[in-house]
Each structure stands twice: as C-alpha cells, then as structure tokens.
Design a protein. Structure first.
Length: 667
C-alpha cells in the first residue's frame, strides 16, 4: 500500500501543512496516528480523495478493512493510478482476485509504466492460478524497475508453479542479490531447491531464512521437509514440532508432522490418533458453526454423483492405482467429478480426464470457497484421496460439503476430520480390533482396498538373475525415509547369514552423491560392505521397471511398507518379503501380498522376516519357478482385477449413501 504524492492544495482539500504532517506520519510507520488524523481530516474535508486514500492505506497496513475508504478515494480521484492499485490490493486481501484484476488494469490504463501495478497484477493472477500470465506481469514490473527484488521473488514463485524450476532458482537468486536479507526469498528458494533434488542446499537455504528471522515458522517447516527428504526423520519431526511451537495453527505443518510420523518406529497408534484428533479440532474451530447440514443433491438419483478430491491426478502412486479402476466404473450408475488440488497435469491426467463429467481445480480457492463449490454441485459422496500427503484439502471436508464423505487410497491412517464418515479398508490392513485407531468409521471393501493398474510398458519378465550370478540380489526401491535403523539391523543379520548376497537400492535421493555416501556409511555400520551394494538414482518409469531384471526378491521396509513399489515388483515377477505391523501402513504390504496370493511372503515378527529372507534366498529354483508365473498370478488376482474392484467400489458407494438416507429418515 502506498499513498499518492501530496498535491498542490485545492480549495476542497486540507491545508498543505496538514497533508505534509499526514505523509510524515505515514512514512514514519506510525499508522495508528495516521488513521486517527485521516479520520478527522475526512470529516472536515469529505471530498479530499487523497485523505481517503491515506486512511484506507493505513487501515490495510494495520490489517483492518480499508476497502471502503480506498473505494471512496477512487471515486474522488478517478485518474489516480496508485489509488486504483490500492483498491485492488484491498480486494485481493479479501479473497476477491478477479475484482482486483480490474482495478490493476484500470491503473495501468492510466499509467502503463507503473511497476507496482504490474507487480500487483501478477499477484492477483497468481492467486487465480494463472501463473504464466503472472510471470509476464512480474517481468514487466522488472523491465520498468530492474532492481525490484519483490518482483523477482514472486516471479520465482510463479515459475516454480509452472514447473520451470531452473528459471525459478535464477529468479530467487536475483532477488537475493538485490536484497540479501529477505528471509521469505531464502525460504522460497528452499522449496525450489527441493524440486531440483538438492535437499542439502534446500536445508541450508531454510536455515538462512531462520537466521534472518528466528521466528519464521514457514522456514522451519521447509527445513523439516528437507530433512524428511534426506531421510533424517528425527530432525524432520523436531523441525515440524518447532514450527508448531511458533505457529500452532499452521495446518500444513500439522499435516506434515502426521505424515512423517508414519515412518517412525517410535510412533504408537495411540499417539498418532491423538495428533490427528488435535488436527481435526483445530480445523473444526476455524470453521465454527458454518458447516453444511443440508445439501442440494438429488435425493433419489439414478446415478450417484461422486466427487474425488486429490492433488495427485497424474503419474503418481495415486494415479497408478486409480487409472484402471476409473476405466471400469459404470457411468450409468456413478457420475464422477474431479476436484484437483494441483495444477500439474501429464499424459495420465489426459487419459483419466474423460472418465469425469467435470474437472474442477481447487488450487487457488479458499477452503470455504472450495466447500461452497462442491456443495453447489450436489455431490452425494465426496472422497478424499490425499489424507495428510502433499497438497491435501482436508479442511474442505470439515465444512461437510457432501452428505457422505470418505477417505481412500492416498493415505493410510486416520485423517482426524470428524466430518469424514468412513475410511475404505480391507480386513488385512485394518483388522476389526484396530478400528479404534481411526476417528472415522471403517468401511470394508471385499478382498482388497487397493487395485493396481498394470503398467503400460511392455517389458517382459526377465529370468532370475541368481541363476546366472550364483548369488542372490536383494532389491529395495523405497524412499530413503522408510529405511530406518531397525530395517538396517534386520538386513544386517540377513547379509551376515548370506555372505555372497548383494543389495540393489534405487530412489530419487541417490541422484545426490552426498546421499549415496551417507547410505553407504549407514550400511557399512550395519555390517553390509559397500562392495556388496549398488545404489541408483531416479530413472524414467520404463527403465525403473526394467531394473527389476537385476534383483531376485524385494526386502520391504517397516513400519512404512511399500505400496506402488510392491505392486510394480509383482508385475515384473519379483516377490516382496514384508513384515506385518500394527497400523494400516505397517500392514499395507501384507494386505497387497494376500490379495496377490502370496501369504507365505508375509512375516509376522522381525525374526520371522530374517528367517524367511534366508530361507527364500537359499531356494533359487523355487524363486525361479515363482518368477516365471508371478505376473500371471498377480494379474489374475483381486489386486489387479479392475473390473471386479470397480463393482465392489460402486456397491460400497451406493450402500454408504443408502445408509445416510436411512439414518435421515430415522431422525
């Protein structure tokens, strides 16, 4: 916000001395005094547009509503571009970016070379998710004012949001060259460095932001996320807790803490439930009594209207599990609406889009606006596909925009949202005795809660490599955060008993040499020499699938077991040895293997896991026989039978809705 320059005093304006005093107070940052003086002057000179402008600007800076004052100023000074720009800022801060756009464009029509108006226009466009246009506006602001650090910073954010990470990095660096003490820019730079796979540098950038502003909660959150990427779970958990010490209502950090705690062997189901409950209570308090209690849905539909809310409708594990199921949902019985919380799209997005009657983006809608949109669509059942993963919109569900709400597929624990009625599960992933780990009710799907879409890549199953090498090669394709000390301790005993065995690990973190070195040190400390280990970074999916030709069997991680990696390995003829735990995520591997008909590959304690790994490794011919038939066996199982799963899912959705209708009749 900025006032216009003090003009020569016209007959209807305050004396120049009083205006100058007002400007001096404004420039000194004494905004409460500015407000008081401006109100007095506005009473004496109600047609003095400049006074109204200064009053509105001072109110906005104090986090008060200055819109009416600024709009009055714009009426009195219709040819002043800064006033129109200030009105736009007030509208944008009220969550009205479309109206703000018109104000900025009015300002630029008056003065095309006003850098602040170009900058503000970029901010409004960014709020609307129009990132490419926003980037152009920031560039125009920079062209007029080459040393505009704030514009370089926001240009970096716009470029990051359209996936131009290198250009985003350059823009943030330019912003810091102009203003090296800008904590926000260091924090933003941390995010793009993570996207570039430079987690160590991302952590350093977040630390720099914290050094400048020690109470910067968002920077602590970014630091914790970088630690999570690096597999440093204790530091990540501590970072999220520090974030919440500073800013207890930072919902994103609470989600992050809930998610990362699933990796920890120290997390108990009771603690996880309590943390999730706290999250839900905070979200509920933010809404108050405004949630919906009635809905404009068709009460007796021929087709059930089902909304899916997700930030992962592209080449992502959620997309891989969802694609085959969507193709077999009967459109005569179920109408699907996509509510995407991510602007990212790819070829998988394009393949699944035709299965939806509408595709709506929630990215830049507030939780209230998103809830209103979904409510107005008359959805019968709304399904969360994210849980506490990245880009979730769980707070929208707390508004209860649909009469029936459920969580499925993308998460593996309670959401903590009381307004979500059900979690879709199976009897292996959530046994009856574990229902109390959830705020939500458990809705059991027959056979399996997950159905994997067979990869498109026509890569054949390779012969068992141990037949040619004379020794077993174990594989692990999991995120490093899942490979905790307890996992390495179990592997140590396996590799001690099998002195010729080798280990092949692959994940995106190994793109960084420092991460490879750290893992080799950890393995060496566990008694697994570097000469027995092969570490590989990320590759295209086809190459990743082909890499299964180099491993004989997969060693699953615990307590966070594999999901997508387990299914992909089965498709490539490679069985996974999993350890069944005490939570939904710790039992996920067991649920998948049971659905695929491989119950003998489920271990029930750590010693059983170690013993079975040694037993299977010593029977190469049995491994070779299993490999030759596993794709066919898995492909015919409920885990890959999308037609069968789609019918079960349809029945579940209809029955949930019928139960809701029956309960309403009873009450």
């Amino acid at each position: 916000m900025q006032p216009t320059n003090p003009p020569t005093t016209p007959f209807h304006a305050p004396p120049a001395a009083e205006l100058n005093q007002l400007f001096q107070l404004f420039n000194a940052g004494r905004f409460a005094e500015v407000e008081n003086c401006a109100r007095l002057l506005a009473e004496r000179y109600p047609d003095a547009g400049l006074v109204w402008n200064i009053l509105g600007a001072s109110l906005q800076i104090q986090r008060k509503d200055g819109l009416a004052a600024l709009q009055r100023a714009a009426e009195l000074m219709p040819h002043d571009p800064i006033t129109h720009s200030n009105v736009g800022n007030a509208l944008r801060e009220q969550g009205r970016p479309e109206e703000a756009l018109a104000c900025y464009r009015r300002a630029l029509a008056i003065k095309a070379d006003l850098p602040e108006a170009h900058y503000n226009l970029g901010n409004a466009l960014q709020a609307l998710g129009r990132f490419a246009e926003a980037a152009q506006s920031y560039r125009q602001a920079i062209q007029i004012r080459p040393h505009y650090a704030e514009a370089f910073n926001n240009l970096g954010t716009a470029l990051k949001n359209i996936g131009q990470f290198e250009a985003s990095y350059d823009s943030y660096r330019q912003a810091l060259a102009l203003n090296p003490n800008q904590a926000e820019t260091y924090s933003n730079l941390s995010n793009v460095l993570r996207e570039l796979g430079q987690s160590e540098a991302a952590a350093a950038s977040a630390r720099q932001a914290i050094a400048i502003r020690p109470d910067y909660a968002e920077a602590y959150n970014n630091l914790a996320t970088a630690m999570e990427d690096l597999g440093k779970l204790d530091e990540a958990i501590a970072g999220y807790k520090r974030t919440l010490d500073i800013k207890p209502d930072l919902i994103n950090a609470r989600s992050n803490l809930l998610f990362v705690s699933n990796y920890s062997a120290n997390q108990t189901p009771a603690n996880a439930l309590e943390q999730a409950r706290q999250y839900g209570q905070i979200v509920s308090q933010n809404i108050g009594s405004a949630r919906f209690s009635s809905w404009p849905y068709v009460p007796h539909p021929q087709r059930l209207r089902v909304g899916l809310v997700s930030g992962d409708l592209f080449k992502h594990p959620v997309g891989f599990f969802l694609e085959g199921v969507l193709a077999h949902i009967d459109p005569a019985h179920i109408e699907l609406i996509a509510y995407s919380s991510n602007s990212k799209e790819d070829e998988l997005t394009q393949r699944i889009r035709p299965y939806f009657s509408a595709w709506k983006n929630l990215c830049h809608l507030s939780d209230e606006a998103a809830a209103n949109l979904i409510h107005a669509d008359g959805v019968h059942v709304l399904i969360d596909l994210s849980g506490h993963t990245k880009l979730n919109r769980l707070p929208v569900f707390a508004w209860k925009p649909a009469p029936v709400q459920a969580s499925w597929l993308g998460y593996f624990a309670t959401t903590g949202i009381a307004e979500i009625d059900y979690v879709l599960a199976d009897k292996v992933s959530v046994p009856e005795q574990d229902r109390d780990q959830f705020i939500e009710g458990i809705w059991y799907l027959p056979e399996t809660r997950l159905c994997f879409s067979a990869p498109d890549e026509t890569i054949p199953v390779a012969p068992l490599p141990a037949l040619a090498k004379g020794a077993i090669t174990f594989g692990c394709f999991q995120n490093l955060s899942k490979v905790g000390d307890e996992v390495l301790a179990a592997w140590s005993q396996i590799f001690t008993a099998l002195p010729n065995a080798r280990l092949r690990m692959q994940c995106k973190q190994f793109d960084a040499p420092t991460q490879k070195d750290r893992m080799l040190q950890r393995l060496s400390s566990a008694g697994i020499a570097a000469s027995r280990v092969m570490l590989h970074g990320s590759t295209p999916r086809a190459s990743y699938l082909a890499a299964h030709a180099e491993v004989d069997m997969i060693l699953d991680t615990f307590p966070y077991s594999g999901g997508t990696t387990t299914c992909e390995a089965l498709w490539m003829g490679v069985p996974t040895l999993t350890l069944e735990g005490k939570t939904m995520i710790a039992r996920q591997g067991a649920a998948l293997l049971k659905a695929a008909g491989l119950v003998e590959w489920i271990a029930y304690c750590k010693q059983d896991y170690i013993d079975k790994a040694i037993l299977f490794a010593n029977d190469v011919h049995a491994l070779a026989q299993l490999r030759s038939t596993l794709r066919q066996q898995a492909g015919a199982s409920p885990l890959f039978d999308a037609t069968r799963f789609a019918r079960n899912l349809e029945n579940a959705l209809w029955e949930m809705y019928r139960r809701h209708k029956q309960s309403n009749i009873k009450t």
